[in-house]
Design a protein. Structure first.
Length: 94
């Protein structure tokens, strides 16, 4: 039996909703402010940029492709479980 949608994948559901919301609702200047700026991270101590840089894509096309890829990764969360997958995504994403 195959499962469809976001059944048993709360991490990927949250990631897709956050990415879609940030990509479609945020203005371009805010998206640019969320990006990775190495001098600000290292010199200014803005460590939050390490996490927020993954939320917003710059264009609508990038957002669509990113959402498709995120949706496909839900299978890995089902395989590993939400706890292991969440730790894996957090550690490899930054």
């Amino acid at each position: 039996m195959t499962t469809h949608g976001f059944h048993c994948t709360p991490i990927m559901k949250a990631a897709c909703l956050a990415t879609a919301g940030a990509g479609l609702l945020l203005p371009p200047d805010i998206k640019a402010a969320l990006g990775l700026d190495v001098p600000r991270v290292l010199g200014g101590g803005e460590l939050w940029r390490l996490l927020t840089r993954h939320l917003a894509f710059e264009s609508l096309g990038d957002t669509c492709v990113g959402l498709i890829l995120l949706y496909r990764f839900r299978q890995f969360e089902r395989l590993l479980g939400s706890g292991k997958f969440g730790a894996f995504a957090l550690l490899t994403g930054t």
